[in-house]
Ligand binder design. Structure first.
Ligand SMILES: [Fe+2]
Ligand SMILES: [Fe+2]
Length: 192
């Protein structure tokens, strides 16, 4: 007989998976940032640091709901496989594209089936923020492949991170409020 798993159990399991995935993402990008800094790619290091903060914000948002729903908060970190920065950027792009194209859309759908608006919202915010990460990592990768060392990838330019949803941008003052969660621009953190 097939085992029927209730939708609410899948909701909790997905939330825990998303929470763990974001915590691992945070640790991975911190390590990639240190590697990029050591190789002189200061701009790429800034981007990895900013993305690491954003992934922690996603983990915190998911974790808060997971705790409220009584889910398990246990977390065993994956070991980080760090290569040279060019390889790390490819890893980062692949991870972000997976989250944008596969993981979060399926989790959003499942949360909708459960009519859980809080869970749907935390996924939607993360999904939209990961799109910005994918764009920025793709640009860094393209510049590195072209050996464009005179561009932002070697400069310690700032990146701006929304404390509400982790939206990450290179624009110094993009708008009055976050395009994803409507948090005021003055609350954005700058990462250098
Ligand atoms: Fe991301
Ligand atoms: Fe935001």
């Amino acid at each position: 007989m097939p085992v029927i798993v209730p939708e609410s159990a899948i909701l909790l399991e997905n939330l825990r998976k998303a929470y763990v995935s974001e915590l691992n993402g945070h640790a991975r990008y911190e390590e990639f940032a240190a590697k990029a800094e050591g190789e002189g790619w200061h701009g790429v290091a800034c981007l990895f640091r900013a993305a690491a903060i954003a992934e922690q914000i996603h983990a915190d948002n998911h974790g808060q709901i997971l705790r409220q729903l009584g889910g398990e908060m246990d977390f065993a970190p994956h070991p980080v496989n760090s290569g040279i920065t060019l390889e790390n950027l490819r890893t980062a792009v692949a991870g972000e594209v997976f989250e944008v194209d596969i993981l979060y859309p399926s989790f959003v759908d499942q949360a909708r089936q459960c009519r859980d608006e809080a869970v749907e919202r935390t996924y939607t915010w993360a999904l939209e923020a990961e799109k910005a990460h994918a764009r920025l990592f793709n640009e860094a990768l393209a510049r590195m492949e072209l050996e464009d060392e005179e561009s932002w990838i070697t400069l310690a330019d700032g990146f701006y991170v929304c404390p509400g949803c982790g939206y990450t941008t290179e624009q110094q003052h993009e708008a009055e409020a976050c395009r994803i969660c409507n948090c005021g621009w003055t609350r954005f953190g700058v990462v250098r």
